[in-house]
Design a protein around this ligand. Structure first.
Ligand code: HAM
Length: 423
């Protein structure tokens, strides 16, 4: 039997891979405009890094990590997200001491052992951004603005930004008490996990996808009503700057995120067409994580977008995916002509022209059909007759007009013509 890929892990190939490239390229361009620098971390990390940062009681750590011992019995985990690794790397290399470095981005695969369904995979990819070293609310607004601008620039316009504040450890403690008091009244009605969460990590109950739990939390107290003065001021300022970016947003009192390291600002970006997995991205502030992971006390805020989910939304809004169309398609009729075509093709490619060639020595008709499938407008045809005359035939597949070009002029004429057309 043929070997297939692992369930929930996909091969990415053309024409979809070209859309991936466009998304990644756009992200890099936009990161550059905001001063983000790339930080590449290993895909495999020590398990304790994720257990300590994401939180023991989260779904990710409890049941979704790809964890296994190496040959010496050390427990390793395929990264389920990028933030913990980035923070580890910044602490390890003391990047917080480099004055020009404070904004980091990463693009790459993440792994979570989830039940695969639309928008939810076991290997998926994130565009991740982290801003390190500032407590200022203007930074929270700026990262949200980056995400919304990015979505707009890749063509996703009807997404919604949902935002909440989770407060700080000081204001969360009285809130927790109020929340537990409320939740205990419904203790018998919760799912098994939430029944336990009431006592271990009550805020996680807001994140439960079970219908009866979702119903109960509708009436629960709101974190925003329990914020301390400083957190309230911070949140108001975040909204003030967000208003300046003209991003629209919704306050979502039940937004808590699936990872435990957040404090104050938490946000998610919801898009239509995704079904149950409706968040294309999420993030927030995590001022305590550096210290938690053994580093200095440094505030930070960031987010990640899921590339597969961006693709689903893009596909539903514009089903036509653009793939690269060759600038020139070359047809050789006969072995001698193939040798000449081969040299011309290499010369043109060196001059940054995208050239496709019919490698099989098939009939003119069948090669023309293949050129058409590529969507090529210009086709260069060389056969025995043309070789004898020292010319090539250039055919425009749209206008059907043909012209003759001297073989020794082909490279220069085509480079000039194609570059002029693409201006
Ligand atoms: P997250 O909300 O767990 O946050 O993931 C961010 C995004 O990754 C989601 O909104 C979704 O688009 C995508 N994603 C997550 N799981 C899957 C999956 N199984 N299949 C497909 N896509 C998925 C984080 O990972 C945080 N590290 C974000 C962050 C950065 N917070 C601060 N800095």
């Amino acid at each position: 039997m043929a070997i297939t890929a692992i369930k929930g892990m996909s091969d990415i190939y053309s024409p979809e891979v070209e859309v991936w490239q466009q998304i990644e390229e756009k992200a890099r361009q936009l990161f550059a405009r905001f001063g983000f620098r790339e930080l590449r971390t290993p895909i495999l990390e020590k398990t304790e890094l994720f257990a300590r940062s994401i939180g023991e009681d989260t779904d990710i750590v409890q049941k979704e990590m790809y964890t296994f011992p190496d040959r010496k019995g050390n427990m390793l985990t395929l990264r389920p997200e990028a933030t913990a690794s980035i923070v580890r790397a910044i602490i390890q290399h003391r990047l917080y001491n480099v004055p020009t470095m404070g904004k980091f981005f990463a693009i790459g695969p993440m792994f979570r052992y989830e039940r695969p369904q639309k928008g939810r995979y076991r290997q998926f990819h994130q565009v991740d951004a982290e801003v390190v070293g500032s407590k200022e609310p203007v930074v929270d607004a700026e990262v949200m603005y980056w995400a919304m601008l990015f979505l707009e620039e890749i063509g996703i316009r009807d997404s919604e930004l949902h935002i909440n504040s989770l407060g700080c450890p000081e204001c969360r403690s009285p809130f927790r008490e109020r929340l537990v008091k409320y939740l205990r009244e419904y203790e018998e009605s919760f799912c098994k996990d939430c029944g336990r969460r009431i006592y271990t990590n009550p805020l996680r109950v807001f994140d439960c996808k079970v219908e009866k739990c979702k119903e109960i939390v509708k009436g629960a107290p709101k974190v925003l009503d329990s914020l301390c003065g400083e957190c309230k001021k911070h949140f108001e300022k975040v909204l003030f700057f967000l208003d300046k970016t003209r991003c629209t947003y919704k306050l979502n009192h039940h937004l808590v995120r699936g990872l435990d390291y957040y404090n104050r600002t938490a946000f998610e970006i919801i898009a239509s067409g995704l079904g149950a997995q409706n968040a294309v991205g999420g993030g927030g502030r995590y001022d305590g994580l550096f210290k938690e992971l053994g580093g200095p006390d440094i505030p930070a805020v960031g987010f990640a977008l899921g590339i597969e989910r961006l693709l689903i939304v893009l596909k539903e809004s514009s089903p036509q995916l653009k793939i690269g169309v060759p600038d020139l398609y070359m047809i050789a009729l006969g072995e001698k002509a193939q040798e000449v075509c081969f040299s011309i093709a290499q010369g043109l490619r060196k001059k940054e022209i995208y050239v496709e060639m019919g490698y099989e020595l098939k009939s003119l008709k069948s090669q023309m059909r293949r050129a058409d499938k590529f969507g090529a407008v210009h086709v260069l045809i060389i056969g025995e007759n043309e070789l004898e005359k020292g010319i090539a035939i250039l055919r425009n597949m749209v206008t059907k007009k043909q012209s003759e070009i001297a073989l020794d002029e082909v490279e220069n004429i085509l480079v000039e013509r194609i570059k002029k057309e693409s201006e």
